[in-house]
Design a protein around this ligand. Structure first.
Ligand SMILES: O=c1[nH]c(=O)c2[nH]c(=O)[nH]c2[nH]1
Length: 307
């Protein structure tokens, strides 16, 4: 919220960060479902008086925001996607309070996955996976929506079919050109859907959960290529672009995708003393590192924003 005050421009927002919640649903046939969410709420609201006149009468207390997370989760009688829960919260804040013009709700979901015991899905047993499903909803009172979903911490590695050649060489360059190296990264992907109004958001309960799985599969399949032969990567940049391109090619309701793909180096190991070479690198023994790492990121968007 921006206001002009005393001849200055004043912007403010307030909210509650890191509200942790787990919600369990128990089906009548004995199967349990669980989600664990870390919720961040930020409200743009007309409460300038609290900053400049010690008048809190227009403030939604951040403690109330926290309680709302638990109350709304209780109200959800069935398993729902993290996107749908973020939309529910944002809808509540923008419709219930006159003062609130925009709600920004970000949620990170912990990847609890059902375990298999004796080859069968367990009714109430879960283990923690690795990458996280995230979402950000920005909802205005008018119903105008910005819906972003993403993946955080998707660690991928391939032991071949990667190289890096033809880059600038100058007096500081020592990196040899290669057509054979390891490629390792930890993908952060953020994609924006083209559902720009509340009223056109798909209502099927599993829609965004399935879309998340589908996008993850397209990203991974493009990174690795076919199982027997793979796909040669001439650079992280090229692979990143192919992954973004495949996502926009496959999903017409995704308007843009941002990918961050650090290049996590696996350094060749060569060890010698003055008499012998103890270890000679033959694409087999590496020193894994994460510092320093290359940082490569890009956003690919359509020119039009509507489907
Ligand atoms: O795929 C790569 N992209 C780079 O920009 C880069 N720079 C570097 O040193 N190694 C690599 N690898």
């Amino acid at each position: 919220m921006a206001n002009e005050i005393d001849g200055f421009n004043f912007e403010q927002r307030h909210g509650k960060s890191r509200v942790r919640i787990a919600r369990v649903w128990k089906n009548s046939d004995g199967r349990h479902f669980i989600v664990e969410w870390n919720v961040n709420i930020s409200l743009l609201s007309d409460c300038v008086a609290s900053y400049i006149r010690d008048d809190n009468s227009d403030i939604v207390a951040t403690d109330t925001m926290k309680n709302t997370v638990y109350a709304k989760a209780k109200e959800c009688s069935e398993l729902l996607s993290v996107e749908d829960f973020a939309i529910e919260l944002a809808k509540h804040f923008t419709s219930f309070y006159n003062q609130v013009t925009t709600a920004i709700v970000k949620i990170v979901e912990k990847p609890w996955e059902r375990v298999y015991v004796e080859g069968q899905p367990h009714e109430h047993g879960f283990k923690l996976g690795s990458e996280k499903h995230i979402t950000e909803v920005i909802l205005k009172k008018s119903g105008a929506l910005r819906l972003t979903s993403g993946i955080e911490g998707l660690s991928l590695l391939k032991t071949t079919k990667s190289g890096f050649e033809g880059f600038i060489r100058d007096k500081y360059t020592v990196l040899p050109e290669t057509r054979e190296r390891m490629l390792a990264t930890e993908v952060t992907a953020l994609w924006r859907y083209s559902y720009e109004f509340l009223c056109i958001v798909p209502q099927q309960p599993r829609f965004f959960t399935e879309k998340y799985q589908d996008v993850k599969k397209v990203l991974m399949d493009t990174f690795f290529g076919p199982p027997k032969v793979g796909t040669y990567s001439p650079s992280v940049q090229s692979t990143l672009y192919q992954m973004a391109r495949a996502t926009l090619g496959r999903f017409p309701d995704i308007y843009s995708i941002q990918l961050k793909m650090p290049n996590l180096h696996f350094l060749p190991v060569n060890i010698s003393n003055k008499d012998n070479q103890i270890v000679k690198f033959d694409d087999d023994v590496y020193l894994p590192t994460d510092e320093p790492h290359g940082s490569i990121e890009a956003t690919l968007s359509r020119f039009w924003s509507k489907m």
